[in-house]
Design a protein around this ligand. Structure first.
Ligand SMILES: Cc1ncc(COP(=O)(O)O)c(C=O)c1O
Length: 380
């Protein structure tokens, strides 16, 4: 199996040679997070990068990115509080969730946050009353295409009604400044941005025709991490995005922002687990771990995300297994259909490592399903 991020893994291995954190746990290499941020900032120098905190909200991750100059895309009062507690100025925040309690909008406004997302009139009403006069952008729905973790359907208005909503925002006393989209998380097709940017540009033109000059285009999240299958390079994504911007906006380019989550933190993490049980069921070998769907591996739902796996110290011949978590829930199966060969000499008590596990793992773990504690994160 292909092992990504060799330098990252080497640093994490050096740490694990001297530390034995309780299993299961997530180890995050902050140097990788910083490198991913710098590479993206250098590739898109005119674009403001807002880290989507939901991907990995560990305080050292946020602090490392803040020190690099990042801005932050926040989804809730909890994420806002965490960033404020770290001393980050609220003019670096975007409240990007389109589904916000009005009380939280009011608190965010009082705390100095001035940029909000919406995708329907009812949300606009809340923002207009709780954060009057503030800047808003409209999220349009775009096709998820080849996203391994699609975010379509639940979010975004039809592009055809976005201009109406933005004009309503102005009528309600807000400052409508632009358009956002999300092409789906772990988007493996750069062309997804081509289509989304074309839809956004149409909204810009329609608004301009109605006397409303938009200025901001939010390119959303979706940039991938390196799991088992090869992905296009960052350069291929950037070239595709820049070509679409040139085609659609010509010489009048909008201000740009981008909200990467997975791309900045996914490759930086390793989730370490321990084998609790190996048994034979239905003529298949089942391997049960102390990590599963409810304490870190939520994105294996529908076997969507395929983490590279390694078994330190066991390198003998391997055969496919069903890999499952520790809880008393039959949905707590990690991989059944996804080919997962593990060494035949694997034993109870052995270590199983999930690579590229820095995003959407610890933040997705349940509080205490079956009494198991949430996944602990150790940043190095
Ligand atoms: C509004 C918003 N922006 C950005 C992101 C980050 O997406 P990704 O991790 O795919 O980059 C998300 C993820 O759910 C999101 O909801």
């Amino acid at each position: 199996m292909m092992l990504p991020n060799l330098a990252t893994i080497a640093r994490i291995d050096a740490y694990l040679a001297h530390h034995v954190p309780a299993s299961p746990c997530l180890i995050v290499d902050l140097e990788t997070v910083r490198q991913r941020y710098r590479a993206l900032r250098d590739a898109l120098p005119q674009t403001r990068v807002y880290y989507a905190v939901k991907a990995n909200p560990a305080a050292p991750v946020i602090a490392a990115l803040a020190a690099e100059g990042a801005n932050f895309d926040l989804a809730s009062a909890g994420e806002i509080a965490r960033c404020l507690d770290l001393g980050i100025a609220p003019d670096r925040f975007c409240f990007g969730n389109t589904i916000k309690p009005e009380t939280t909008i009011a608190a965010a406004h009082a705390q100095g946050i001035g940029l909000y997302a919406f995708d329907c009139e009812a949300e606009l009403d809340k923002i207009a009353s709780a954060a009057p006069g503030q800047r808003v952008f409209c999220r349009i729905a775009v096709h998820g295409g080849k996203a391994d973790w699609p975010l379509s359907r639940k979010f975004g208005c039809a592009p055809a009604i976005a201009s109406d909503l933005l004009l309503q925002a102005r009528a309600k006393g807000l400052r409508p400044i632009g358009v956002s989209f999300h092409v789906g998380s772990q988007q493996t097709d750069p062309e997804a941005w081509t289509h989304a940017i074309a839809h956004a540009a149409t909204v810009f033109r329609t608004c301009a025709g109605q006397g409303l000059a938009l200025e901001l285009l939010n390119l959303g999240g979706g940039l991938p991490a390196q799991y088992r299958t090869p992905i296009p390079t960052l350069d291929q994504y950037i070239q595709t995005i820049e070509k679409a911007l040139r085609t659609q906006f010509g010489t009048t380019q909008p201000e740009l922002m981008i909200e990467p989550g997975r791309h900045l933190t996914g490759d930086a993490g390793l989730l370490r687990s321990t084998v609790l049980l190996i048994s034979q069921h239905d003529s298949r070998r089942w391997v049960y771990l102390d990590a599963g769907r409810y304490n870190g591996l939520a994105e294996t739902q529908n076997e969507a995300i395929h983490y590279p796996i390694r078994t330190p110290g066991r390198a003998g011949p391997a055969e496919p297994v069903v890999l499952a978590g520790p809880t008393c829930d039959s949905t707590d199966i990690i991989y059944d259909r996804t080919p997962t060969p593990l060494p035949l000499d694997l034993q109870i008590g052995d270590t199983v490592d999930f690579l590229t596990a820095g995003a959407y793992t610890a933040s997705y773990a349940s509080v205490e399903f079956n009494g198991f504690p949430p996944l602990q994160t150790h940043c190095i």
